[in-house]
Write a protein that binds this ligand. Structure first.
Ligand code: IMP
Length: 179
């Protein structure tokens, strides 16, 4: 990762994120029947703050939390990317209501691979939510069920999302600008 100096320009405020997380949790509640447990699957590591806020908005629901870590390797000479599972779920999802929680959909390779993998385990319902979507970057046909914000093709950090493992602790989403 580059050592070039950069500044971070705020793109989405903490207040806007909180309001959107509240909206999204209402949509999730409408989708999953009351009284049925929802297994939220956070994709490590970028989704950890988003999933923490989402589960608290779902405080009146029966919720379980699990995590999965996937890593995508790009190769500019090939049209496809390999997605590897670095850490699998601890629990079984067969016959269960599952919501996969991601930070950003970029090319779409990670989520489409994860959904393919998890759907083979025969969940009762499998839905996806991503805080951010960069539709202009898409390389595979993938659409999350719910998106927090559509953003342009910019490198962003904050609210769990990193640049070289830094800036995950910023309470807002900011754009990285090299100086
Ligand atoms: P995809 O497989 O290309 O959709 O990759 C999605 C993953 O790439 C996200 O979960 C992030 O980890 C990473 N990513 C994509 N865009 C950004 C960004 O702007 N900032 C930080 N990480 C990003």
């Amino acid at each position: 990762m580059s050592e070039r100096p950069y500044v971070i320009d705020e793109m989405i405020s903490a207040k806007s994120i909180a309001a959107r997380v509240e909206d999204l949790s209402r949509k999730i509640k409408d989708e999953f029947p009351k009284g049925e447990r929802i297994v939220l699957v956070g994709l490590l590591r970028g989704s950890f703050i988003f999933i923490a806020d989402l589960v608290r908005e779902l405080g009146d629901r029966d919720v379980e939390v699990d995590f999965l870590e996937a890593s995508s390797y790009g190769n500019s000479t090939e049209s496809s990317r390999e997605v590897r599972i670095l850490k699998d779920l601890r629990g079984e999802i067969e016959g269960r209501n599952v919501l996969v929680v991601e930070d950003i959909v970029d090319t779409g390779y990670t989520l489409s691979h994860v959904i393919h993998l998890l759907s083979a385990r025969k969940p009762k319902k499998l839905k996806t939510i991503a805080l951010l979507d960069k539709p202009t970057r898409r390389e595979v046909d993938f659409k999350a069920d719910w998106i927090g914000f559509e953003i342009p093709d910019e490198f962003v950090v904050g609210y769990g999302i990193d640049y070289a493992q830094c800036n995950r602790n910023l309470p807002f989403i900011g754009k990285v600008r090299f100086i």
